[in-house]
Write a protein that binds this ligand. Structure first.
Ligand code: UDP
Length: 475
């Protein structure tokens, strides 16, 4: 009898920053011979349709991948709310439902997928680490449980040791304890991370909050995962990926958005500023994007807008919602020098040689994409993993600078930082470091590079474990 085929059932997550790595991981798995069933929350599917300007029936993100021969099946699942329900404003209500009702919906769907399979597959579950539901469901269906983490491994290992950090009093972080070096977690001693660099949850820790529950339960449950995949590059985070590997099989398989497979570069292919960009001199344009969540901070928008004007650089600024927060007359005053778009294909923009710098909120995908494209950054983290990501970019890798060195953002400082990044002596050293780092990442993506090797090692280990019939040997 021939070897069974692997069938990955992937449960996509509910935030935009997870969509691109998850769909790229699906393509990567399918390109390696797995059958993939990808399940998106229904509202994410609607969001993609809207972003793509297509009707809901046409918003399957894998149409092109399927045309190129990959076996990726696609379906959606309701989280119990209508598509236009605002899950950011109603964060608590949304997550309470994810804890309460969502697991049984996922359970039923997985049962149906498995029962309707037309051949005997070896099924495995791939879900976001932030979901706590996979352990129970994977166990029920005797599937291997693969946890996918879309932030840096450093953030993973910090959450993984939540109990230890709490026990030793590292959080909640009090005002005067911002600079305490965290030296109790194996693998991260050398980078001397301080309490101020911890993710925002550690600062606003509230025992009764839903965010606390999400992280605590997720990192309790991940200890039962059979495999952990991280969207990072081994060479960038080697020590702590190795330390994690001592605990559970952990693989650095990133950046998944830049696989060398012949797949769509992004789910959104409209870049309406492409022609404008091509008319600009090399390295002269600042790309500004604060990620997928709208930042409704009027004062910040004003200082940045005025800083950009004072700096005199060319720019592309992605503002999804909230263009009305820009100062009166900004669009008009800056129209010769910049474009404002509501969405673009970020990878395509960053890889254009006219881009000289990226003013970013430090979302992990954005950082990986900037490194891949060799673009140095100006960092302005808001929350979640972004403060920790900033530390890596500015303090450790030295491929970016801070937007402001104090607590508030001031237009003059913004202008200075932009000028420092685009076309100064400092930027030469940043650019040199970035070039080096970019080439490390591109080597990792080569056929014999760490990313490729780790991914194939993961598949081999998955097969080996499936052959033993054992699941959940951890935790
Ligand atoms: N992105 C994009 N076009 C835009 C803005 C963002 O394609 O106009 C993509 C970007 O390439 C990245 C993702 O959206 O892959 C944002 O993820 P990130 O982790 O940087 O930030 P988050 O949105 O999760 O805060």
């Amino acid at each position: 009898m021939g070897k069974k085929r692997l069938h990955a059932i992937m449960i996509g997550f509910c935030y935009q920053g997870h969509v691109i790595p998850f769909t790229n991981l699906a393509i990567k798995l399918a390109s390696s011979g797995c059958v993939v069933t990808f399940v998106h929350p229904e509202f994410v599917h609607h969001m993609l349709a809207k972003a793509d300007g297509v009707n809901v029936a046409e918003a399957d993100p894998f149409i092109r991948a399927r045309q190129s021969g990959l076996d990726i099946r696609y379906t959606t699942i309701s989280d119990g709310f209508p598509p236009d329900f605002d899950r950011i404003i109603n964060y608590k209500q949304h997550w309470e439902a994810i804890f309460l009702d969502f697991p049984s919906r996922v359970d039923e769907l997985i049962g149906n997928i498995i029962n309707s399979d037309d051949e005997a597959f070896e099924h495995f579950l791939v879900a976001d680490t932030s979901y706590s539901l996979p352990a129970t469901i994977a166990h029920k269906y005797n599937m291997l449980n693969v946890s996918f983490w879309t932030q840096p491994a450093l953030v993973f290992i910090l959450y993984y040791h939540l109990d230890l950090l709490r026990e030793r009093g590292y959080f909640p972080v009090q005002g005067d304890e911002e600079n305490v070096v965290i030296d109790v977690i194996p693998g991260i001693e050398a980078i001397k991370i301080k309490t101020k660099d911890l993710t925002s949850n550690f600062h606003d820790w509230d025992e009764t909050s839903i965010t606390r529950r999400i992280m605590v339960e997720a990192f309790e449950k991940v200890k039962q995962a059979d495999f952990i995949l991280i969207n990072t590059v081994d060479e960038l985070e080697h020590e702590w990926v190795s330390a994690m590997n001592q605990k559970q099989p952990t693989y650095a398989i990133g950046p998944v958005n830049f696989s060398k497979l012949d797949v769509p570069k992004s789910l959104w292919s409209k870049t309406d500023c492409a022609e404008w960009l091509d008319s600009k001199p090399r390295g002269s344009v600042l790309y500004v994007s604060f990620g997928s969540l709208a930042q409704s901070n009027q004062q910040l928008a004003e200082e940045i807008a005025n800083g950009i004007l004072l700096s005199g650089v060319h720019f592309v600024w992605v503002i999804r919602d909230g263009a009305d927060m820009l100062p009166d007359g900004f669009a008009n005053e800056s129209k010769e020098r910049g474009v404002i778009v509501s969405w673009c294909n970020q990878n395509e923009v960053l890889s254009n040689p006219v881009i000289g710098g990226f003013l970013t909120h430090c979302g992990w995908n954005s950082i990986l994409e900037s490194i891949c494209c060799g673009v140095p950054m100006i960092c302005y983290p808001f929350f979640a993993d972004q403060p920790t990501n900033r530390k890596l970019v500015v303090d450790d890798w030295k491929v970016g600078i801070n937007l402001c060195d104090g607590t508030s953002v001031d237009r003059k400082e913004v202008a200075e930082k932009i000028k420092e990044l685009i076309g100064s002596e400092t930027s030469n050293s940043l650019r040199g470091e970035m070039k080096r780092m970019s080439s490390v990442v591109h080597k990792a993506l080569d056929e014999d590079g760490s990313t490729h090797t780790n991914f194939h090692r993961f598949l081999e280990d998955l097969w080996a474990k499936a052959a033993t019939g054992a699941t959940h040997t951890h935790g």
